[in-house]
Design a protein around this ligand. Structure first.
Ligand code: KG4
Ligand code: ZN
Length: 337
């Protein structure tokens, strides 16, 4: 029965080697995440070649660990799910090659999934009653979108970033502040001790009623502020800069999400992607939603950042509506939703 199908899912789009086992679309039996953050930290960001090599070194042992933690035998696997894009092409290919090998050897169907779709699906795991339609704000290191989710596999993009993704802006601002990679958690932590009103970084809303975003301006404003303070011989108050920057980004994300809900008369909002782990974003959106009688859903932080459980959920929902893919499945670094 499809509802009970056991899925083995692989996620290797960036710097997390993750393998998960799910029963149906919403029950996670195991979700092993082997992070490469420490490997890339010395470079201040993800080095694609190194990421691929580490995926290759780790994917088999992470798979064994996921099966053991789930208490599942390979013979019980009924479906293979794998992230196909967007992401780093070399990294994606390791997951794809592994997933195809299992699908072929076990003679079970395989489905390739879109990473943004997977981020949204993390919410179906966390909130078992959640069903489309709703509006999703997907904010990660590579993407920032407002999406009208019409069905489990049906999307309409309402707005996107025109330059930097929200997570990318966090990572770049953190870098100029001398904080470690990834910058999002570092800024979140520093900002907790800062005054968000000490430095007023601009908020970019673009044209009236636009649901697009632009974060390169605030990133540049942080750089300019740091340079001018240094030139004037003044010290930098890192918590205040982090708090001011974070407030600027979160104010825009909150306002545009509320605008999208109002424009589309939607009363359910879903948060997804790595930046969804941000404490101020969660607080700000939940206050704005409460004021308007809107229901807000977000995964716990572990399911916001990259993991294979969300890929398994996405695979299940794609397979049940659209069926399997072929073994000629390819990687698409710029895959559209
Ligand atoms: O979804 P994800 O794990 O990978 C991509 O698909 O890109 O997102 C990673 C991004 C990074 O830019 C990271 O700095 C950001 O999510 N991030 C955060 C937080 N935790 C992770 N940004 C702000 N606040 C956080 N607490
Ligand atoms: Zn991601």
């Amino acid at each position: 029965m499809t509802k009970e199908i056991i899925t083995l899912a692989f996620e290797t789009s960036c710097d997390e080697t993750s393998v998960a086992v799910l029963r149906g679309g919403r029950e996670v039996l195991s979700n092993i995440i082997s992070s490469q953050i420490q490997v890339h930290q010395v470079f201040g960001g993800v080095v694609p070649e190194i990421a691929s090599r580490h995926h290759l070194e780790r994917v088999n042992s992470v798979t064994e660990e996921a099966l053991a933690a789930a208490g599942v035998d390979l013979k019980q696997i009924g479906l293979i799910g794998v992230t196909q894009g967007p992401g780093l092409v070399g990294a994606l290919l390791i997951g794809l090659a592994t997933a195809k090998a299992f699908a072929f050897a076990l003679n079970v169907p395989i489905v390739g999934i879109n990473h943004i779709h997977a981020h949204i699906c993390a919410n179906y795991i966390e909130h078992r009653e959640l069903e489309p339609p709703f509006i999703a704000l997907t904010v990660s290191g590579g993407h920032t979108n407002l999406i009208r989710v019409k069905g489990y596999n049906e999307y309409e993009i309402l707005g996107s970033t025109r330059d930097d993704a929200a997570g990318e802006a966090f990572d770049k601002a953190a870098r100029v502040l001398g904080l470690e990679y990834p910058g999002g958690p570092a800024i979140d932590r520093e900002a907790a001790a800062g005054n968000p009103k000490a430095i007023d970084f601009k908020r970019v809303f673009l044209e009236k009623d636009s649901l697009d975003f632009s974060f390169s301006g605030v990133k540049t404003a942080v750089m300019n502020y740091i340079n001018s303070e240094k030139q004037a011989g003044r010290g930098i108050n890192v918590p205040d800069v982090a708090a001011g920057f974070q407030q600027s980004v979160i104010d825009v994300l909150t306002a545009k999400t509320m605008l999208a809900a109002a424009m589309h008369n939607e009363s359910v909002i879903v948060l997804a992607g790595g930046v969804a782990a941000n404490s101020l974003l969660r607080k700000s959106l939940s206050a704005a939603c409460a004021e308007r009688g809107i229901a807000l859903y977000a995964p716990r932080p572990l399911l916001c950042t990259d993991n294979a459980a969300m890929a398994g959920a996405a695979a299940y929902f794609k397979f049940t509506e659209k069926g399997a893919d072929g073994l000629d499945l390819d990687a698409y670094p710029n895959m559209a939703l």
